[in-house]
Design a protein. Sequence first.
Length: 213
Amino acid sequence: MSGPGANRATNGPGSPEDAALVQDCLRGAPGAWDRFVDRFAGLFHHVVDRTCSQRRLALSAVDRDDVIAEILVEVLKENAAVLRGFAGRSSLATYLAVIARRTAVRMLSQADAHVVRVDLPTAGAAVVDRHADHRRSDREEIEGLMGCLEPDEARLIRLHHLEARSYGEISRLTGLPLGSIGPALSRARQKMRDVGHSSDTPPAAGLGPRAAG
């Protein structure tokens, strides 16, 4: 596998470094999750970009961050079942690339109506206007749903989804570790989706990958 961070993340099958990192993450060793994110963020970035390319989709940097965040949540959910399932028969990078691609395909399939296909004609002003209308509508709905969040969660949603701040910018503004921002955003988005569902209102498209541009 080639691409940003891909070579850096790759070790031989069942390498001691892989096993040690997995065990450190599972027992909650200080700094282990940050090391995991630092080591594999480039790999996840590559997998998302490659998946988009294969599906002829274009994502903004903010939307790419959202998909990567969902990959990290997938790794952590159900008591880190993905990490517990790593048996060392392949490198950790190869194992995680499969998980990442599966998650990216699912996310992009769910959001297919809200992302831009690269081969669409660019001359259709009506298409551009429709996306602008969607973004305005999504913004209003997101601001309405933010009332269900704790102040820190609402700030994260505002910075990322309404101000289009990158994870790096959010980390600098809030002091949160870079590796914690994606999962925190995912939890906040899920709260907002739950409120939207309970009120029979479809969740805002802006709470997932949005139109690039």
